[in-house]
Ligand binder design. Structure first.
Ligand SMILES: [Zn+2]
Length: 124
């Protein structure tokens, strides 16, 4: 039987976005999974939520370490690039159709990492 990290990786490789939302698993596109895969998601729900939380925390730590306290912000990366077109510019994962430059987890991590950065225009 497939384990939670492998299930998450296999879905991502196929272009299925998997995310935690309010303690539930969400995936896109909605018709991307077979009934057997939906059953696997249900079996591994708690483990997948833990994998997603750990992965998100790693992205946020990596990006936060690159974010300055103020001033110009570099493009925040999770893994060294450049990454090829059609892949996340921050981590290199294949993008799904709803994603443009960064995958959903990296976009959220960048937003979180930059939440505390102040603009030079903000300082007196
Ligand atoms: Zn990414």
């Amino acid at each position: 039987m497939i384990d939670a990290p492998e299930l998450a990786r296999s879905l991502r490789v196929r272009g299925v976005a998997l995310a935690a939302a309010g303690g539930a698993l969400r995936f896109f596109p909605a018709d991307a999974l077979s009934d057997a895969e939906r059953a696997d998601l249900a079996i591994h729900r708690d483990a997948l939520l833990a994998v997603l939380a750990e992965d998100q925390a790693r992205r946020e730590r990596t990006m936060r370490a690159q974010a300055p306290e103020e001033g110009p912000v570099p493009f925040l990366m999770v893994t060294e690039g450049p990454h090829p077109p059609g892949h996340c510019a921050s981590c290199g994962a294949a993008l799904v159709p709803s994603e443009r430059y960064r995958c959903g987890p990296c976009a959220w991590a960048a937003w979180t990492a930059l939440a505390g950065v102040t603009s030079a225009r903000d300082t007196p």
